[in-house]
Ligand binder design. Structure first.
Ligand code: NPW
Ligand code: K
Length: 489
């Protein structure tokens, strides 16, 4: 798990490193530029480079990168966008270091914009984490030209025009890179779905910023790039790992029930009982023989709440449907349950329609809505930052854990922490994938993980299994059952 900092904290992190390591700011820039150049050349070994620089430290990086490429006899053209009379001191040092080696062109008006060779990769070093307002004038013109060039674009640290930790306004002009190579740590902006055009593929390049600063600086945003699991004790038995109930399925959606049950069993639950409509009995017993199966008196839907006493945790919602009988079933269940719930799909849809049910959510339940279900719970949002804020309010109000599912699923905790997930791929955006996740999280809570841990770990392992499945079958061919198959603990 890594901390994600906002723009001001990143500035402080640089300053802290410079003071405490100690290292001169120009040498830190050199370190960053070496890391960038190494990775640039491993991505584009046979390309020429056209580098556009601003006049701050991002531009200083661009000039240092250009110098390193020239020193390696690579073909490089360098352009400084002359949007301001001000230049940062480290920009000036790197400008002077480069002038004796190559010509540095200046872009004052659009007429100065070059014709770029077709074998070129464009390096965007115009604005970095210092971007604090929409670009105008020549900056805007240059960014538009680069975006229209159809050439591969790689941004230094962050796309020029994108804010590190604030929403962008509609109509802002921003570089649309194919890649962003960012220094040290992920930026909040990269994790927001609305910014996907302005990030491309991204990766972090370590540049040795202070570890001590990380320890001493608090944030509510985290990046889950690894998880730790509890060891299973040698003398354990099935009772050690809890007894989960999955209340799932309706006529036509018994598949969702089966997927959640299989995922739960593949995630280490001690005992699993599925509670399903009568029509699903044979399907469940034959496809998931490891689970006990209890049926509702109704043929096609859940209608009567079973005895809940013996269960450590209850997963509910997958394939449930929204019939009147099922609504009544859920109402009774919410009033009787004492364990945390994992609430998915139609369970959430029913609750969104009957607002007084939300107040019955047991503490530390986990809600796993997809975007439409989330909207029903929290209303609409202007941008992804506002969406997260609204989810935080909801999570605190109902003392529950809420997932904002997507490319980097965010796990929002009642203590207001937001944990973004690093695993997963678009091949998982298919019906049934969420049922698998519900099964996994339910199993983890059954085994004694806190609901917070279960949600963070479950999302990570779900994505990891999805990544293995996509490597083997490709994103289009993979199925949710492949995700279950590739779970490794
Ligand atoms: N510090 C370090 O140790 C390291 C830093 N590193 C590198 O530094 C980068 C951050 O550099 P930076 O802080 O100089 O900001 P940068 O993004 O270059 O902008 C420059 C100035 O432009 C201005 N400005 C903002 N928006 C604008 C707009 N729309 N239109 C016009 N002007 C605008 C604004 O100044 P203002 O006009 O507000 O006074 C801003 O200060 C970082 O991304 C990384 O690449 C690495 O080398 C590692 C070590
Ligand atoms: K940039």
């Amino acid at each position: 798990m890594r901390k994600i900092f906002d723009a001001q904290q990143i500035r402080n992190w640089d300053a802290y490193t410079i003071a405490q390591e100690p290292i001169a700011s120009i040498d830190l820039m050199e370190r960053a530029s070496i890391a960038f150049t190494d990775r640039l050349l491993s991505l584009f070994s046979d390309k020429d480079f056209t580098i556009f620089c601003g006049k701050g430290n991002n531009g200083g990086d661009g000039l240092a990168i250009a110098r390193m490429l020239v020193a390696m006899n690579r073909k490089v053209e360098v352009y400084v966008v002359d949007y301001s009379a001000q230049a940062s001191p480290d920009f000036v040092v790197n400008y002077d270091r480069l002038t004796s080696l190559t010509t540095i062109h200046s872009i004052k008006t659009l007429k100065d914009f070059p014709v770029i060779g077709q074998n070129c990769v464009v390096v965007d070093a115009i604005l970095g984490s210092g971007t604090n307002r929409p670009v105008e004038g020549i900056l805007k013109d240059v960014i538009q030209e680069i975006n229209q060039s159809k050439l591969p674009v790689i941004s230094v640290d962050i796309a020029s025009g994108l804010y590190v930790s604030q929403p962008i306004a509609r109509g802002n002009t921003i570089i649309q890179p194919d890649y962003t190579l960012t220094f040290e740590a992920p930026k909040l902006a990269f994790l927001m779905p609305q910014n996907q055009l302005y990030v491309g593929e991204w990766e972090c390049l370590p540049i040795g910023l202070s570890r001590e600063y990380v320890q001493n600086t608090s944030t509510s945003f985290f990046w889950t790039d690894m998880v730790s699991l509890k060891k299973r004790a040698k003398f354990s038995h099935k009772g050690t790992f809890g007894h989960a109930l999955l209340a799932v399925g309706s006529y036509g959606s018994i598949g969702a029930a089966v997927l959640s049950a299989k995922a739960c069993l593949r995630s280490g639950v001690g005992l699993l009982t599925t509670y399903i409509p009568a029509c699903g009995y044979e399907i469940m017993q034959s496809s998931v023989p490891e689970a006990m199966c209890q049926t509702d008196p109704a043929e096609k839907e859940l209608s009567v709440c079973p005895d809940l006493e013996k269960y450590t945790v209850i997963g509910i919602g997958c394939g449930l449907g929204k019939s009147e009988k099922t609504k009544a079933f859920l109402n009774v269940l919410l009033r009787q349950v004492k364990s945390p719930l994992v609430l998915d799909a139609d369970a959430l849809n029913i609750m969104a329609e009957e607002a007084d049910m939300l107040a019955l959510i047991p503490a530390k339940s986990v809600l796993t809505p997809h975007p439409k279900e989330l909207q029903r719970l929290i209303g609409t949002w202007e941008n992804d930052f506002e969406k997260l804020e609204k989810v935080k309010v909801f999570s605190q109000k109902y003392n529950c854990i809420v997932l904002v599912k997507g490319m980097h699923t965010a796990v929002v905790l009642p203590n207001q922490e937001v944990h973004f997930n690093s695993t997963g791929n678009p091949g998982m955006a298919t019906g049934g994938s969420g049922d698998v996740l519900t099964g996994i999280i339910t199993a983890l809570i059954a085994q004694g993980y806190s609901s917070e841990e279960a949600a963070i770990i479950g999302v990570f392992k779900h994505g990891e299994a999805g990544d293995i499945a996509s490597q083997e079958r490709g994103q289009m061919a993979m199925l949710p059952s492949d995700i279950i198959d590739k779970l490794r603990w």
